[in-house]
Design a protein around this ligand. Sequence first.
Ligand SMILES: Cc1ncc(COP(=O)(O)O)c(C=O)c1O
Ligand SMILES: N[C@@H](CCOP(=O)(O)O)C(=O)O
Length: 486
Amino acid sequence: MELLGRLTWVRRSPRARLGAPARQFSTPRLDLALAKTPPPASLDANFTCFNQNCGKTFSLGEVRYRCACEKNALLDVTHDYEKIKQAMSPSDWRALFDRRAGSTLWPYGSGVWSKKEWILPHIDNENIVSMFEGNSNLFWAERFGKTLGLSELWIKQCGLSHTASFKDLGMTVLVSQVNHMRKTGQAEIAAVGCASTGDTSAALAAYCAAAGIPCIVVLPRGKITTAQLLQPIANGAIVLNIDTDFDGCMKLIQEIVGEVPIYLANSLNSLRIEGQKSAALEILQQFDWEVPDWVVVPSGNLGNIYAFWKGFNMAFELGLVNKVPRMVVAQAHNANPLYRAYRDGWTNFAPIKAEATVASAIQIGDPVSIDRAIYALNRSDGIVEEANEDEIMDISARADMTGMFTCPHTGVGLAVVEKLRQKGTIDRDDRVIVVSTAHGLKFTQSKVAYHEGKLKDVISKHANQPINLPDKSSALIDALRTRIKL
Ligand SMILES: Cc1ncc(COP(=O)(O)O)c(C=O)c1O
Ligand SMILES: N[C@@H](CCOP(=O)(O)O)C(=O)O
């Protein structure tokens, strides 16, 4: 059945304006009933060992984060691609996802649950914990792109979300599965817990509060922002401040979930990946299923780069697109274990002691998803690049002066794009997506310090200080004359 539909929220890409043919759509809207299409009964998903030679599988109803094999490998949520292909044609899947996203059809309006069949097909809709996550803005940074010599620089604003970071995407899936397991008696789970640099904890606290499930967050004391600390406090989570760094917190949470019935919510748990991969499918939808050339992801624990690749690759394997983009991991120089391994030709990966960085959420030296990240980079002709503190804050300030309000992690991504453009790795007309992983309003401390010229290792070349004046119009005009031609 060929389905026709009007994409109500696809932007006409610059290529269309530049004369390249953009796909024309018919005007009739898809039948509303289509969007409510129940998942084909045969679709399901399982945990599978990430080690390709193992083959062990486990029910998603099990409390399990790693395989039982001798490698104790991570897991991956796997779907039966043949059954998905048999269920509907690629064009029908595209049309179904397009019709649902952004609608008020529970739970399908969510950017994640509009792809339910590709994420958690088995879960009862009433057990889904969703706050309309996803459907984030894909912003054409036309003016700033020109300063970098790019005609198609786009920002996927995953930080425009319920808790102001991309973590909501994975958390809706994980907390929904926990809710489902508790409601169906599949497992005794007293609470859900995570270690965090501040965004995972914020997302977990919000979704647990929405579900009425107890939440525990383990945080590196003094190393997260005020906004990040306030979120789990406000959502009623048990907030444990530990005198260590994130890597120390990650070690602790893994120890306690092995001893008491607390369910682990870090992206070591592959359920998180399933939700986060939906942002890749959204990018394809927003470009009318055209595949971008580059996707740049600021990275720390390395779950998100794999999630994005997995989303693009699922669409490719299932015939909805004809390729995957080149993936780029962007790291802060002060927390760059993957960059070091890449620079040394993948000969050896060694955890490091991550140093303080303005990109505080990626101050991670011992990433749990190292194998996943390398797997994704090897299958997308991927690149790893880094940016130092001055490069991060300088380009953040330049981007902000074109209307953005970047978090420092977005700054890492932009700085890496600038480097790759300057090297000629990225061409002028390549379509480049930088994933903005959080909202700048969660990270104001570093921005304030930048404009006050108080950041270590940073020259505030674009500092913009407020002018304090008496309440006299003449004083204001005099001050303005020093700034603009009147
Ligand atoms: C704002 C922000 N950006 C980027 C990242 C990196 O994502 P990942 O840990 O999946 O590499 C994180 C968390 O780790 C984050 O909180
Ligand atoms: N930046 C993350 C660190 C943990 O990453 P996760 O993928 O394990 O959740 C955070 O915000 O805590």
